[in-house]
Design a protein around this ligand. Sequence first.
Ligand code: HEM
Length: 230
Amino acid sequence: MNLWLFRMLRSSVGRKVLMAITGLLLIGFLVSHLSGNLLVFAGRDAMNDYAQFLKEHPGLIWGARIGLLAIFLVHVITGLTLAAENKAARPIPYQKEACIQASLPSRTMARTGLLVFVFVVYHLLHFTFGVVQASKHAKHLEGLRYDVYDMVVLSFHNPIIALSYIVAILVLWMHLWHGASSFFQSLGWNHPKYRPVFEKVGPVLSTILCLGFLSIPLSAWLGILKAGGM
Ligand code: HEM
C-alpha cells in the first residue's frame, strides 16, 4: 500500500481527514440523488425518462455504484474505529458541564450514523431489490419500461412505509447537522474568523437536503402526488 495512505490510516488525525473527505463525497451523492428524486414533482414521464436514461448507461451507473459502495464502507468503518478509540480514551463519561456544551447531534454521531446505515440497507431492499413490498415492486417491472414514478408514489401511500422513511430522514438530518460542519474542523479549517460561518454549513445544508427528501413521502402519503392513471 502507498506509504502516505498507510500513514494516514494509522493516525487518528488522518482517519478524521478520511471521514471528512468520504462524508463530503456522500453529501455529493445525496445532492444528486435528491435532484433526481425531485423529478417526481415534474410528473411521471420526467421521472421515468430519467430512470430510463440511467438504465441505458450501465457503465455510468455501475461505476457510480461501486465508487459509492467503497466510499460508504470507508466512511462507516473509519467512523466506527474513531468512535471506539474515543470511548477507550475516555472510559469515564463526560461531566455534566461538557455535555451541555456538546450538542445532541454531535454526541450521537455514531448512533445516528449506524441508523442511517440500517436505513440504506432497508431502502435498497425496498426499491432496488424489491424484497420489501415485493408484490408492488414486481407489478411495476411488468410494463415496457421501469415505472419508477408509480413504484415510489404507490409505496408511500402505505403509511408505515411513509413513516419509516420520514423517521429515517429525520435521523439523517441529525447526522448531517453536525457532520457537514465538522468537515471543516477535521481538515483543520477552524480559524476563529470563519468558524461561525462553518458552524452554520451543517444546519443549513442538512435542513435543505432533508426537507427535500421529506417532501416526497409526505406528498405521496397526503395524496398530493398521484400514481399514474389515478
Ligand atoms: C424519500 C426519499 C427517497 C426516495 C424517493 C428514493 C428513491 C430511490 C430510488 C427510486 C432508487 C433506485 C432504485 C433502483 O432502481 O435501483 C434509490 C436508490 C438508492 N438510494 Fe434512495 N431515495 C430516497 C432517499 C434516500 C436517502 C435519504 C438515501 C441515503 C441516506 C438514499 C440512498 C440510496 C442509495 C445508496 C441507492 C442505491 C443507488 C443505486 O443503486 O444506484 N436514498 N433511491
